[in-house]
Write a new protein. Sequence first.
Length: 245
Amino acid sequence: MLIACAGAETAVSPIPDAPPTTEPAPVEEAALPTTAPAGEETPVAEVDTPRDDSSTILLPRDYSYEGVSLRYNDTLARAISGEKLAAMAGVYGFGVDGPPLFYNGVPDFIRLTLANDLTAVHPTLLVIQPIRDDGGQLYSSYVEYDQDRFNRLSEQLRTQSDPALANPDAFFPVIQASYLPFQNGTALRQVSHIPGSMGPTDINNRNLFYTVEGITENGRYFLGCFIQKGMELASCWGRFVAFKA
């Protein structure tokens, strides 16, 4: 899956195509597990990623955990940590910690945290969650709203119609939306507002995020990625991300 990312700016604007180069752009790759992750929460020590001092050369880095591997440019994160988390309840819509993922009734899942120097209302996360069993049935532990959203997202990714229709219930308008294929599925990328708490909130680069939501071709895994809008993604990230099962 290739995702073209915009640079940091205060105002939201369309993403220009990258100029042609003689060097191929680094491609970030990751592999999803073929079976649902299981077991109790198992934190993994952070892996420090040496960073290149050059402002023009971006070095690819590799990280793997529990069958999931990720290739990324070295300025995206100074460290990555992986966790295998057990299902949790929390406050619906915000979870126990982090942005609004599908935490209620979730089977054990994998979460990667990308440590960087940004000040954000939520950390930079990449989450891989099992949503269907090997028979193609949504896990009944998900609440009805989540089941409806998974079905709607699956259909939206299949038809690739107007991205603005992907989430008609959203209170924040769909901005900079595009479909992004990856090795065994498709994702929808857009700019989203993730408030730090319930109630009125300002909209600024601290709570604007690139949100990537995808589903694998077999329909069994949901991919969620949340990257702060203030990050200079065009220079530190390039193209993201390729998953394979």
